[in-house]
Design a protein around this ligand. Structure first.
Ligand code: PLP
Length: 352
């Protein structure tokens, strides 16, 4: 076992989450988003495990990430690059057999000028104003004269994580009108939260990311398993006395004597400094508050309630089955997405 922070990656859980998401929308293919290093879990390892489980379509943000995934999964699966092609990386698309997603008129020109004879996806903006072609250009792009081999039509939901938000129905309507221009061509709209919105949103292919890794807010009764367990070893256990302070800035004043444990995990490892005096670790099944400021390499917790387990070398959990990812992220004023994609390179990833 490492003497520093570790993230034990539960590939079997990622596969189980992927299967559970697939069962929600059995009429649709379930893809997998493995951008940002598989949300911090290791893109190659995650893609390989999902590919072995039958996943046939992967999504990365960058072409370089796509190359890494291609090496991991072999030639058969489809790998889409969400951010779309750039003139500088066109050769990578052909060499690694990556599929372009065209998001802008400029990307369309780049792709056409390159004369690459390969299928692609067209992504339209149905209300997010982020990345995507204008829906009014769909008619022209759908004609045979466009010379495009369109394999998928896509769009992205802005408010899927708020099931009651009116924007969902508006985007669904806009997307449904759009896909009518492309009869017989499979369509894809739903990210993880979109998978929970019901069959109307699933279309032919879903694109879950965060849910594969156990994050996001699943509906009641739908259990996701943690994609990883983040732990850090205790370096020191000592007693802090009433009225003493803890950490930089002396932001924590002890109201009573407390047993304090300092662990080898800090903001350089991705534990956000904003979780100072609000986040937690779990030791021996007991939730122990982070006290004082999180520093670069060290964090101190009040382990008074878990004193029987508190000794140097013991490992405290910060994300996992006992320390819920979204709850920890909430303490830091952020989302599970930011927490897991921000885990630092010093956190050793261990694979089962
Ligand atoms: C990142 C991304 C996804 C995955 O989103 P999650 O919320 O993590 O499920 C799906 N589609 C697009 C276009 C994305 O950029």
């Amino acid at each position: 076992m490492s003497s520093g922070p570790t993230a034990q990656v539960h590939l079997a859980n990622v596969v189980a989450n992927w299967r559970a998401l697939g069962a929600l929308n059995p009429g649709s293919e379930t893809g997998a988003v493995v951008k940002a290093g598989g949300y911090g879990h290791g893109a190659a390892q995650v893609a390989q495990a999902l590919s072995a489980a039958g996943c046939q379509t992967f999504f990365t943000a960058h072409a370089g990430e796509g190359v890494e995934v291609r090496r991991a999964v072999g030639n058969a699966p489809v790998i889409y690059v969400l951010n779309g092609p750039d003139a500088a990386d066109l050769n990578v698309y052909s060499e690694a057999g990556l599929r372009a997603i065209i998001n802008t008129p400029e990307q369309l020109d780049i792709w056409r000028n390159a004369n690459i004879d390969a299928p692609l996806a067209l992504k339209f903006d149905t209300g997010m104003n982020r990345l995507g072609l204008r829906p009014e250009t769909a008619g022209e792009l759908a004609t045979a004269g466009s010379g495009l081999d369109v394999a998928h039509i896509m769009s992205h939901l802005a408010c899927a994580d708020e099931p009651g938000h009116t924007k969902n129905a508006i985007q669904l309507k806009a997307f449904s009108e759009l896909v009518r221009h492309f009869p017989g061509i499979p369509a894809s709209l739903a990210n993880s939260a979109g998978c929970y919105l019901g069959g109307d949103y699933a279309f032919d292919l879903t694109r879950p990311g965060i849910a594969l890794y156990g994050g996001g807010h699943a509906p009641d009764g739908f259990e996701l398993k943690p994609g990883l367990t983040l732990t850090a070893p205790v370096l020191s256990v000592h007693t802090g006395r009433t009225a003493e302070t803890v950490g930089y800035g002396a932001t924590k004043i002890l109201a009573r004597d407390a047993i304090l444990a300092t662990v080898a995990l800090g903001y350089a490892d991705g534990l956000p400094r904003s979780a100072s005096n609000s986040g937690f670790g779990v030791l021996g099944g007991v939730r122990c508050p982070i006290v004082g400021r999180i520093s670069m390499d060290l964090t101190t917790l009040d382990v008074t309630g878990a004193s029987e387990w508190a000794k140097p070398g013991a490992r405290i959990e910060f994300i996992g089955a006992a320390a819920n990812l979204e709850e920890q992220a909430d303490c830091a004023g952020t989302l599970g997405y930011e927490l897991i994609t921000g885990l630092g390179s010093r956190v050793e990833r261990l694979y089962e």
